[in-house]
Structure formats: structure tokens, C-alpha cells
Design a protein around this ligand. Structure first.
Ligand code: 5AD
Length: 341
């Protein structure tokens, strides 16, 4: 096992069977996390990038089985934030010092290409980097967002196991999702993807394939989080994903894609009281605090307690900053684009 970790440290490549061996073994986890931390330090340094997340609509036309925002959930109170309010929240976040704004929503067709482009160009006036996380669109739509000024796009593949993918995503097409990611890359977006750990029926082999897919795409950002059951979804009785396994998938991803940006995800913080700080010491270098204001935050419930972690915007930023400093790291004051080697 130590040999495999050493190989990953030296060459940043692993065969599928080696990834599986690492995921199955639990005797060398600390060595693995240390190796990922060392690689993070060597390639992207001690700075942590904070991205201010605005969840601007929880309306979604998709029916992803694990997600609380799925269209068949009738219990949730739906909202859409107006164009003016979105830019106001972005402005407030920029004034707080955020250098990246992330706009995320369900797949809500109310926000037409024209509406999105006008939000994008308004936010780009704030001298921030802008990330979109709004789902599958046509290449033409992605191109319009890029031309309006968007810099990055997040679209998790969720799982590369095609059979599991189709079970989890009724009326969706794995090939199209993959195509979207390649389109984003081609258009020059810094492209983020990632997967859920702990979906029912998922195995270590498919997690290894997920990691190899991140490499094949040459993803610029990877978000990994444990699956957390939501009571108003068909997966309500499924066991929650394992924190350590999610952390291991993240650590191996750091070893194989040493120079990318990797967030310590909110899902990790939700299932473990110190989840984000642990992740920051096992390969992660990004945190995405929620900067959505008012009543909206608690309604964006992808999984239970999602936004409990960052209750008050200002307090949460300074709390996170204090924690970052306490582990000997720094808060970055630049845009935090991928550093190329
Ligand atoms: N548990 C954990 N993560 C989830 N996501 C959606 N539903 C859940 C859940 N129940 C993740 C998906 C999506 C991201 C925005 O949130 O991976 O891409």
C-alpha cells in the first residue's frame, strides 16, 4: 500500500486496480491523507480560495433521485431570486472580499440565456471571477455565457457507473452529461465536475472509474461529497455516505490531479463537525461559503441541514478565516484560477 502511495506521489498516475486497492484498504489512510496534503502544498500552496455561493433558484425540472430539489418533491417551498437581488447579493459578497462568485440553481428555464447573460455581465463589473452551476445546457448556451463573461462552470458527473447513473437520473442521458463537460472544456471554461460517494449500489470500482474520468477530462476543479439522504426523496431510507471514503476519493483525486482546485465540500461539513478542516488537510484548497441572503438559504435544501454550517454570512466568513489561520494556512486574495504546472 505504501508503494502505491509513493508511486502516486512521484508520478501522479495510478492504475485502476491500484486505486481500488487504496480505497479498499483502511490501514494506510493517514499516509494517504498526508501524501495528498503534501501534494496540495507543493502544487497549489497554502492559500485557500473562498468562493461566495449564491443559490438563486430552487426550482428544478430534473428528478435526480437523491436530491431534495427534485421536481417531484411537493413539500419544498420553491423560490426564484430576481435579477436585481442576485446582483445585489453578489455586490455584498464582493464587498466582503470574495474574489469569486458562484451562481447555482436547479435547472430552471425561467432564467433564459438573455437573463443569465445580463446577470453575468452585471456581476463581472465587480472585478470578480464568476462560476456558473446551472446544469445541462446546449453548447450554444454555454458559449453565450462564456461570451458574457463567465469564467468557470461546475457540473458534477455524479457517478460514472452508467447503469447507476440511469437509475439515479430518470429521463437523463449519461452521454449528454459527459458531452456537456467536454463542450465546457472546449469553450474555455475552467470546468469543474465531481461525484457523490455512497449512492445505493455504488462500489469502489465505480469510484475508481470516477477518479480516472476526472483525469481523462483534465478537470480544473473537483467536488466530492458524501451522499446524504433527504426525507422527501425516494432514497430517504438509504444509508448516508461514509465520510472517510469520501475523503479518500478526494485525497486520491489530489494525488492524480495535483494542480487543480478542490473544495472542502459543505456535505463533508454536514456529516462531520470538523469535516471541512479535515478535508483542507487531506488535499482540499477551496471553501465555498453560502452568501445567499434572507429566507432563501434554508429553502435550498439539496440535503438536510445543508446551510446550517454557515448560518450568518459575516460571522461564517470570519469563523472560517480563523479556522484557516489556526491550521497554518492563509486566505487567498486572488481569483484562484487553476495554477498550471
Ligand atoms: N447528498 C449529498 N449531495 C447531494 N447533491 C445533491 N443531492 C445530494 C444529497 N442528497 C449534490 C450533487 C449536485 C450538488 C449540487 O449537490 O452532487 O451536483
Amino acid at each position: 500500500m505504501e508503494n502505491i502511495i509513493q508511486k502516486a506521489l512521484d508520478t501522479h498516475t495510478l492504475e485502476k486496480n491500484e486505486i481500488i486497492a487504496l480505497l479498499e484498504d483502511n490501514t494506510q489512510n493517514d499516509t494517504l491523507f498526508k501524501a495528498a496534503d503534501e501534494t496540495r502544498k507543493k502544487f497549489v500552496g497554502d492559500e485557500i480560495h473562498l468562493r461566495g455561493l449564491i443559490e438563486f433558484s430552487n426550482i428544478c425540472k430534473r428528478g435526480c433521485k437523491y436530491c431534495g430539489l427534485q421536481c417531484s418533491n411537493k413539500e419544498i417551498e420553491r423560490y426564484r431570486i430576481s435579477l436585481g437581488e442576485i446582483t445585489e447579493y453578489a455586490k455584498n459578497a464582493a464587498n466582503m472580499g470574495y474574489k469569486t462568485i458562484v451562481l447555482q440553481s436547479g435547472e430552471d428555464d425561467y432564467y433564459s440565456v438573455d437573463k443569465m447573460c445580463s446577470i453575468i455581465s452585471e456581476i463581472k463589473k465587480l472585478n470578480v471571477a464568476l462560476t456558473l452551476s446551472i446544469g445541462e445546457k446546449t453548447k450554444e448556451e454555454y458559449k453565450a455565457y462564456k461570451e458574457a463573461g463567465a469564467d468557470r462552470f461546475l457540473l458534477r458527473i455524479e457517478t460514472t457507473d452508467e447503469v447507476l447513473y440511469s437509475k439515479m437520473h430518470p429521463n437523463m442521458d449519461f452521454k449528454n452529461r459527459k458531452k456537456c463537460l467536454y463542450n465546457l472544456k472546449e469553450l474555455g471554461f475552467e470546468t469543474g465536475t465531481g461525484s457523490l460517494v455512497g449512492l445505493p449500489g455504488q462500489n469502489v470500482e465505480s469510484l475508481a472509474d470516477d477518479i480516472l474520468f476526472f483525469r481523462e477530462l483534465n478537470a480544473d476543479m473537483i467536488g466530492i461529497g458524501p451522499f446524504i439522504p433527504h426525507p422527501n426523496t425516494p432514497l430517504k431510507d438509504v444509508k448516508q455516505g461514509d465520510f472517510t471514503l469520501a475523503l479518500k476519493v478526494m485525497a486520491i483525486t489530489r494525488l492524480l490531479l495535483p494542480d487543480i482546485n478542490i473544495p472542502a465540500t459543505t456535505a463533508m461539513e454536514t456529516i462531520h463537525p470538523n469535516g471541512r478542516i479535515i478535508a483542507l488537510q487531506a488535499g482540499a484548497n477551496v471553501i465555498m461559503p453560502n452568501v445567499t441572503e434572507g429566507e432563501y438559504r434554508k429553502k435550498y435544501e439539496i440535503y438536510p441541514n445543508k446551510n446550517r454550517a454557515d448560518e450568518d454570512r459575516a460571522k461564517c466568513k470570519s469563523l472560517i478565516e480563523d479556522k484557516i489561520i489556526s491550521i497554518g494556512r492563509k486566505v487567498s486574495s486572488d481569483f484562484g484560477f487553476r495554477k498550471s504546472i
